[in-house]
Design a protein around this ligand. Sequence first.
Ligand code: UD1
Length: 419
Amino acid sequence: MDAFQIQGGHTLSGEVIVSGAKNAALPILCACLLTDQPVTIKNVPRLRDINTCLRLLGSLGVQCFWLSENTLTLRAEQVAEPLAAYDLVKTMRASVLVLGPLVARFGEAVVSLPGGCAIGQRPVDQHIKGLQAMGAEISIEKGYIHAKSKRLKGCRIVTDMVTVTGTENLMMAACLADGVTVIENAAREPEVVDLANMLVAMGAKISGIGSDRLEITGVEKMRGVEYSVMPDRIEAGTFLCAVAACGGDIRLSNVDPKSMDATVEKLLEAGLSISAKGNSMAAKMKKRPKAVNLRTAPYPGLATDMQAQLMAVNCVAEGTSMVTETIFENRFMHVQELQRMGANITVEGNTAVIQGVARLSGATVMATDLRASAGLVIGGLTADGQTLVDRIYHLDRGYDGMELKLQALGADVKRVSQT
Ligand code: UD1
């Protein structure tokens, strides 16, 4: 198992080219199931989750080829068996994104229930409820969702909460349904917008894109497309947090600053100076960050996927802050590890109170989920001495070459093999 060995205390300077967004690329790859024509996707990040998605699509009979480092071509002429097996779904919950497209185009899908997850329960009841409302017959047998429908029918769906992949699954299914589907309380995340724009380019009829009310008029057939995935706002935000915590002067290219408002606002409050021009951003930090209170919320609120990284900044900030997590019930697992590095954090329910310390101290810590790992890496970059972040495979799910990008900024980070 790989770990990151970090010698902390270096300021960061230089440029990072931000990769394509994992959370946009995954639904976009699954959308290839909606057409029998070839789909070419550019700006695909090279990640473990993307490989898992390609294995899943491959197992369904989709032909997938890399045309170059970040460009993929996929063709779902037919599917062999519309089955997403437990082995793949358990390693990546987003595998459930094949459910909507499979039932919509092939009239049938068998998809494993994702099961437990480190950061919370994360049920998929809203995906199921929405498909049932569209006329799918759904049963749960032996841990699998069995969904069947001759042709889905347009209807009005009001989701109980804002769900990102739930909105994406139902929007994809509605594209090939008979009639008009309205999704109320839809997620407005930029990744949902990116998928919607791709679906429109494939011939879908969607209005209300970017709002919480999507109206989708079903079409008989969709066509192939060439589409480029949006930049990863969470990866970009992670590098901004790193420079806010370590100090320095960095430039990010291939970013979409508009998608990052909430994170940028918090980091400005922390004292980071940020400027954006076109698709690049510059960030400078000359002093110790100031503590900032934050509360995660669905977009346009602050992304839960930025919580751990911002908490790491607060750990070394001047003052006391409160961090409240409202999306997932168990997303504070980085707290215990940050405490092992000398952070002063107390947790009460879904709120963490952080009393900033001047310096963390290097320790061996364990990554527990993707974004928690990023928080620990930032902790290690600021710490006195050596930090070993173990189980870095979590980080590899969502960060494309993070150690290389950090090295280019002057950080002392090495990937090492742990036995
Ligand atoms: C997506 C992102 C993930 C991000 C999360 C919240 C992808 C691949 N992953 O995950 O990185 O942290 O959005 O922004 O895009 N819920 C239910 N029932 C459902 C669906 C969701 O109760 O059927 C609950 C969840 O348990 C959670 C909340 O709704 O508490 C939001 O979850 P959701 O937006 O669905 O997260 P994901 O789409 O899984």
